[in-house]
Design a protein around this ligand. Structure first.
Ligand code: GDP
Length: 142
């Protein structure tokens, strides 16, 4: 990796695997210039989801969020490109798909604020922690 290249953690949420649109979303990700350098389909338990979303544990939607994230398979992936953290947040679009700009993943595919198709790390520091939550260094092939 050169110094400007970053990695971010992406999750394709259960509403994606349920509708068979993993490929459609990966096409948007790759079309926007990200390299998918690690990827795994997995099933989160509620406890696993709660640990991942620990920062939100006091929020009113926390229980629903953990239930939704463990309701079906997810695809966890590491995305790499220059400025990956910020640019993937842009590609995802606003949290509520109703407010997401045209051209974003959530505008194209999000169903609602809680079934909004994708997660992406919100800072470089969190990206490092979130990648380590799911992947070992040897899983990531640039
Ligand atoms: P993100 O970074 O855009 O994913 O948003 P946040 O980190 O703030 O929230 C994490 C996830 O919790 C979001 O992707 C939503 O699925 C869900 N969420 C956030 N805010 C709300 C809310 O006000 N109501 C509900 N039901 N879910 C929410």
């Amino acid at each position: 990796m050169s110094s400007t290249v970053q990695r971010t953690l992406s999750i394709l949420k259960p509403d994606v695997t349920q509708r068979n649109i993993t490929g459609a979303i990966n096409a948007m990700i790759e079309g926007a210039g990200f390299k998918i350098v690690a990827q795994r389909r997995t099933q989160l338990t509620r406890d696993h989801a709660a640990k991942f979303y620990d920062v939100h544990k006091e929020r009113p939607f926390f229980r629903d969020l953990c239930a939704i994230m463990s309701a079906g398979p997810v695809v966890v992936q590491v995305l790499e490109r220059d400025n990956a953290v910020h640019l993937y947040r842009e590609l995802m679009g606003a949290t509520d798909p109703k407010n997401a700009d045209a051209g974003t993943i959530r505008h194209a595919h999000g169903k609602s604020i809680d079934e909004n198709s994708v997660h992406g790390s919100d800072s470089l520091e969190n990206a490092k922690k979130e990648i380590a939550f799911f992947f070992q260094d040897s899983d990531i092939i640039s």
